[in-house]
Design a protein around this ligand. Structure first.
Ligand SMILES: [Zn+2]
Length: 197
């Protein structure tokens, strides 16, 4: 089986805005995707990662609240649904691997009831609260195309305006057509024309 390796999908990549589709095949490929997602999550120091964050339009997220391989519990949610959110809304500072260096307080209900499938397709359901409930609600948002920037307060959005604009600029730069690496050898090379920004 080929090893998968994923890069993070960073805001404002439109792949983060797509509503992800249900998974129907519980096969080796799905297991490989999950393995590669955990690797990406740990390498990026995350506690949760949703499939759209590695460019996949599928309803899947993984988490480990300990954030370290070999510690905590690795959990895999295939086709999850949050059937109920209960408890007083509370504020908690969230980060997101798709928004490097940006943290903002987000208000969410404290608990949620979730149904999901595991890698074998078996159905599960459970209540979650505390940090796990927080991670699950954040990752579930990704499957609906909802992002940290949508959940932050207007004040936080203003505070992070510059950082958000920089992410947009960085993304636009990735879309720019690649310059030919070499011109004809008889053309003189232009020196010092490259600017960093
Ligand atoms: Zn996120």
């Amino acid at each position: 089986m080929t090893e998968l390796h994923y890069d993070l999908t960073i805001y404002p990549d439109p792949r983060l805005r797509v509503r992800a589709a249900a998974i129907t095949a519980f096969d080796d490929e799905l297991a490989s995707i999950v393995k590669a997602m955990f690797e990406r999550m740990y390498a990026s120091n995350g506690v949760g990662l949703a499939a759209p964050q590695v460019g996949l339009k599928i309803r899947l997220f993984v988490l480990n609240e300990a954030g370290e391989p070999g510690q905590g519990e690795e959990m895999v949610f295939v086709n999850p649904t949050i059937t109920q959110r209960v408890g007083a809304p509370n504020l908690y500072e969230e980060g997101c691997l798709s928004f490097p260096q940006i943290y903002a307080e987000v208000e969410r209900p404290s608990s949620c009831h979730v149904t999901w499938q595991d890698l074998a397709g078996n159905e599960h359901e459970r209540d979650f609260d505390g940090f796990l409930s927080r991670i699950i609600q954040h990752e579930y948002d990704h499957l609906e195309g909802v992002l940290l920037v949508d959940r932050m307060s207007p004040a936080d959005k203003a505070r992070h305006r510059h950082a958000l604009d920089e992410l947009v600029e960085d993304y636009k730069a990735t879309l720019a057509p690649a310059k030919p690496s070499k011109g004809p050898s008889w053309l003189p090379k232009r020196a010092g024309s490259k600017k960093r920004r």
